[in-house]
Design a protein around this ligand. Structure first.
Ligand SMILES: Nc1ncnc2c1ncn2[C@@H]1O[C@H](COP(=O)(O)OP(=O)(O)OP(=O)(O)O)[C@@H](O)[C@H]1O
Length: 316
């Protein structure tokens, strides 16, 4: 991810690590059931199969790296809600997903995470379709934070963050010192260390959001999928969170509504409208008054200072 004003890219990708998308669901009703049957599934890492003990990870074709969506489509209720979208983030970059409400951003992220199965096209990890990668192996690579986490279970913040370690642990094994370190580091990076013992249910919306990010960090992913992660955050925490993500040596796909934050923090943008990709490129290439009016129906001025474009909306 780019740090605002620097244009700097992160270094090499971190060691494998993390996270867990659930086994891709199979049509006709493609939502994959949440993680291994626990009431905490709502806050579980997307897809990590705690119960699917260690299937060997298959190797993909040489040279194919990272998470890619190739011409993916998703039909739900007789309607194509994602339609032929290709997304191939380069290693270490941050791709912003933009588009109006209902344009398909969350659905695309869920397809990338393997939470939903595409009804057309394919999502691959290092060149292998996700179903062949297996959900546990995918979970060690890909962490996803959805918009609304929930759980019926009484969990502390530390418990929630520790869920991110499940893909790395052998079934039924106790947490290791490395697990404890990863959890402590994730809590620290998200400013939640002093909330670690607090009940999840008593957290504010913004604190829950940060706890979910901490859970994803504890997964130590190489690919991070974030669905409007700044939603509940005050401006300081928005910037802190995006700075944090910018400093991670991971490839990130992030759905954002704030065009200026997208311009500040993303290397590339993909704009969706009615499920289709309508623009892709750098923020300076994509964020034009014409595009903003066509996609959002809003007039805007765009100025190009050093670093990134700045969008100013005009009254109708
Ligand atoms: N399970 C479902 N059944 C029927 N329609 C669905 C289902 N899931 C999503 N949709 C529809 O698909 C479209 C895309 O939804 P999605 O949540 O991907 O959009 P989005 O771009 O993330 O929206 P927002 O910015 O409001 O979060 C919406 O019109 C939504 O109502």
């Amino acid at each position: 991810m780019r740090r605002p004003g620097t244009g700097a890219r992160p270094g090499p990708v971190a060691p494998p690590g993390t996270g867990a998308p659930p086994e891709p669901a199979v049509p006709p009703e493609p939502a994959v059931p949440p993680g291994p049957g626990t009431a905490a599934a709502g806050v579980l890492p997307t897809g990590h199969g705690a119960a699917d003990g260690g299937e060997p990870a298959e190797e993909g074709p040489a040279g194919a790296t990272g998470l890619r969506a190739e011409r993916v489509g998703r039909r739900t209720g007789g309607r194509l809600i994602v339609d032929g979208v290709t997304l191939a983030p380069r290693t270490g970059e941050t791709v912003g997903l933009l588009g109006p409400n209902g344009s398909g951003k969350s659905t695309l992220l869920r397809l990338l995470a393997g939470v939903l199965a595409p009804s057309a096209g394919v999502v691959t990890l290092d060149g292998l379709p996700l179903p062949r990668v297996g959900r546990r192996a995918t979970a060690r690579r890909v962490a996803a934070v959805e918009q609304h986490a929930h759980t019926q279970t009484e969990l502390t913040v530390r418990d929630v963050v520790a869920l991110g370690r499940i893909p790395h642990r052998r079934p039924w094994s106790a947490a290791s010192a490395a697990d404890a370190r990863a959890v402590a580091l994730a809590l620290d990076r998200t400013g939640l260390t002093d909330r670690a013992g607090q009940s999840w249910h008593t957290l504010s919306g913004g604190e829950r959001q940060r706890a979910q990010i901490a859970r994803a960090l504890a997964q130590e992913p190489r690919e991070l999928l974030l669905d409007e992660p700044t939603n509940h955050l005050d401006i300081q925490h928005q910037l802190d969170l995006l700075d944090l993500v910018a400093g991670l040596p991971v490839t990130t796909v992030i759905a954002l509504h704030d065009l200026n934050l997208a311009a500040m923090y993303c290397d590339r943008l993909l704009v969706l409208r009615a499920g289709r990709a309508v623009a892709e490129g750098t923020p300076a290439e994509v964020l034009t008054p014409d595009l903003i009016e066509r996609v959002y129906g809003v007039r805007a001025e765009v100025t190009h200072g050093p670093g990134h474009p700045v969008v100013r909306f005009l009254r109708r």
